[in-house]
Every structure is written in structure tokens, then in C-alpha cells.
Design a protein around this ligand. Structure first.
Ligand SMILES: N[C@@H](CCC(=O)N[C@@H](CS)C(=O)NCC(=O)O)C(=O)O
Length: 309
């Protein structure tokens, strides 16, 4: 977590949502409305935002969901838009000319006192934040626009009913020990806290290695959101977390053949994975932290960033 606002944190006021946390707004209010949603993302660096970009492409939502990319460099005011911090690939806010993501939060809720995180899903029609939680945004993308998508995109289901229990169970420990585990190891302020994150992380990688023996996907025999959620962490593992976050008991390319094959098949065979991944941005983004890398030197390796199939 890169920035925190001071004081008691609040969440965005939420509409009634399902027990699964699927939606903040009713699906019907989003369905059939083209180009009304914008997703503000810190595009190439952060695993949380990239999940939403992958699912946006998998579902063919490029014409429905615009993307505005903020600068990956942190500032005292949080994430800045591209006109304030002209980082290559960062965009100005096309809607309101906002300077920082926090301005968008205050537009949605002037009393907001939480963290000004990305991604943010913004409804251009009602002019408010629909959702700022990536795991929920990918479920919105999975279903909310199916009525206006082509048959094959509309019928692509990354959270199929018959696999939900297995997906939920896997997501839970993968989130705790892997997706979030790398951050807990990387930002640990004591040896004890670091070890409390890094050992469970590698235990979970060992467990994932067994699951992926002779399998292309984590759950069932099809691509699901579980693969997307794990992919964004594993693709960053060797190039970033192994070094900057000291997650270095093993790396993926030498230590986990089944995970490594699963990773490369997704990356090389499915364009949505490759097209949302920019290794140079990932490296610069993670190695730019004052706290853990004051000199901000970005390592050259490992090369190549990802091996061929
Ligand atoms: N639960 C959120 C977490 C998002 C998140 O932590 N984003 C980070 C990117 S590293 C962020 O914007 N941090 C800014 C902050 O904590 O102030 C999600 O998955 O969407």
C-alpha cells in the first residue's frame, strides 16, 4: 500500500450488494449502456488494477469501458493524472480535468476518508464511483454487459456457478498468502513480519505447483477468475517481487515448472494477458519506492522478462 490518508477510514457508501459482493449498482442499470463507464487505473504496474484490465479485454469490453491511466509515480496527493505528472502512457482526466485520483473520490463522496486507491470504476451517467474493489469490478465485467456483447464474449463466464465454491475457496488463501502476501513481505518493517509473510507465500506456491501439475487452469478445465487473480501476481514475481520484496526462496522460472508453464501459456496464448503487461513499467513502478529502494536503481534482469513457451 503506497499512500494512506490520515484519520479514520471510511468506505464508499454502498448500494445493496449481493452476498458474493458482486455488485454495488444493480446490473440492470449498467446493462445496455455503452460507453458510460470509465475505469481509472494505474495501468501497467499494479496487480490489483491489471486484473480489471485483463477481464475487460477477455470480455471484449474495450468499447464499453474507457480506461484512463494515472501516473505510476506516487505523490503526496496520491495518484496523479498524466497532465499533472506526465509519465509516458499516463492520461489526463478526460471527464473533469481532475489532478489526482483523490479529486474523483471527493466528487463521488465529499466526506470520503479512506484510501484513494486504484482501480476506480466510474459511471459517467450518474457521475459517481460504481466500485473501487478490483475483485468486485471483475465480476461486474463478467456479467453486467453481457446483453450488449457478441455471443461468444457474452457467454464467456469467468465465475461459473458450478465452480464458484472451488473458486472462492482458492481465491481466499491465494489472496491472503500470495496476492497480498508479496506486499506483506515486501513492506514488512521487521524480520519477524517479513518471515511471517514469506514462508506462507512459498507454502502456497508449493500447493499451487501441485494443483497445476498437468493442468492448464486452476479450477475445472477452463479459464476462470482464479487464473486471472493469480496471473497478475505470478507475472510480476521474477521481475519484481523476487528482488524488491525479498520473495526469494525460489523464483518461478527455476523453482516451479508447472506454475511456470501455466503462466507462459496464459501470456503467450491469450492476448488479453500479454497486452495488459508492460514489464518495463512493472520494474520501474516497484523499484521506485523510496522506503524500500531509496536509490531507485532498477535491476536489468532477469532476462528475458518471460521465457518463451
Ligand atoms: N482492494 C483494492 C486495493 C487496491 C489498492 O490497494 N491499490 C493500490 C495500488 S498499489 C493503491 O491505489 N494504493 C494507494 C493507497 O493505498 O493510498 C483492490 O483490489 O481494488
Amino acid at each position: 500500500m503506497l499512500q494512506s490518508s490520515r484519520g479514520k477510514q471510511t468506505d464508499l457508501s454502498r448500494d445493496k450488494h449481493r452476498r458474493s459482493g458482486t455488485l454495488l449498482r444493480k446490473e440492470a442499470s449498467l446493462n445496455r449502456r455503452k460507453a458510460v463507464i470509465t475505469s481509472m487505473c494505474h495501468m501497467d504496474v499494479v496487480a490489483w488494477a491489471t486484473r480489471t484490465l485483463i477481464v475487460r479485454k477477455l470480455k471484449g469490453l474495450e468499447d464499453v469501458i474507457d480506461v484512463t491511466v494515472v501516473s505510476p509515480r506516487t505523490s503526496p496527493d496520491g495518484w496523479a493524472f498524466g497532465d499533472v505528472d506526465p509519465f509516458p502512457g499516463a492520461d489526463a482526466d478526460p471527464l473533469y480535468g481532475a489532478q489526482h485520483i483523490k479529486d474523483i473520490y471527493f466528487r463521488a463522496d465529499p466526506n470520503f476518508r479512506g484510501r484513494f486507491t486504484v482501480p476506480v470504476l466510474w459511471d459517467k451517467k450518474t457521475e459517481t464511483i460504481v466500485n473501487n474493489e478490483s475483485s468486485e469490478i471483475i465480476r461486474i465485467f463478467n456479467t453486467a454487459f453481457n446483453g450488449i456483447l457478441s455471443k461468444d464474449k457474452g457467454s464467456l463466464d469467468l465465475y461459473p456457478t458450478d465452480l464458484r465454491a472451488q473458486i472462492d475457496e482458492l481465491n481466499e488463501w491465494v489472496y491472503e498468502t500470495v496476492n497480498n502476501g508479496v506486499y506483506r513481505a515486501g513492506f514488512a518493517a521487521s524480520q519477524q513480519a517479513y518471515e511471517a509473510a514469506v514462508y506462507p507465500l512459498f507454502e502456497s506456491l508449493d500447493r499451487l505447483e501441485k494443483i497445476l501439475q498437468s493442468k492448464d487452469y486452476l479450477v475445472g478445465d477452463r479459464l476462470t477468475e482464479a487464473d486471472v487473480r493469480l496471473f497478475v501476481t505470478i507475472i510480476r514475481f521474477d521481475v519484481a517481487y523476487h528482488g524488491i520484496f525479498k520473495c526469494n526462496i525460489r523464483d518461478i522460472r527455476n523453482g516451479y515448472p508447472a506454475i511456470h508453464l501455466w503462466l507462459r501459456k496464459l501470456y503467450w496464448n491469450i492476448p488479453a494477458f500479454k497486452e495488459t503487461c508492460k514489464f518495463d513499467h512493472i520494474k520501474v513502478g516497484y523499484y521506485a519506492h523510496d522506503f524500500i529502494n531509496p536509490a531507485k536503481i532498477v535491476p536489468v534482469g532477469p532476462l528475458p522478462n518471460i521465457l518463451p513457451l
